[in-house]
Ligand binder design. Sequence first.
Ligand code: THU
Length: 141
Amino acid sequence: MSDQRPFDDERAKELENAALEAMKNSYAPYSTFPVGAALLDAQGRVHLGCNVENASLGLSVCAERVAVFRAVADGAREFTAVAIATTSDTLTPPCGACRQVLYEFAPELVILLINSKGERARYRLKELMPLAFTDYRAGDE
Ligand code: THU
């Protein structure tokens, strides 16, 4: 069943607030750069993520990927929008690895960026990810 609610400004604001809340659970003692993500699925469910760092720094995972992996593990496959929150003065668009992981499920995804000053920006994943590498099996029959 699909979410009947339109993805309007009110829904966007809810998603941004969810990302700001998720950011509070960030575990980022090494970078001291907390990030929160809230991923809206096609059924209207919101999946939260925050960055989780590790003393072995390369094992750290971004908020966006935590949200996607949680969502998929909970049975979601189609996504409408993701809000990404940081405390940074500048807005923080998703890193390349997270763009690739998001693109797997939702090339049309709306990306909402917000910081704790309340500044915001809005993009489509497609525009942040031109010439994306996608399913290499396409065309095989
Ligand atoms: N980080 C995210 O969670 N999402 C991004 O899109 C960019 C970076 C995290 C990873 C690391 O914990 C910290 O921010 C600094 O890079």
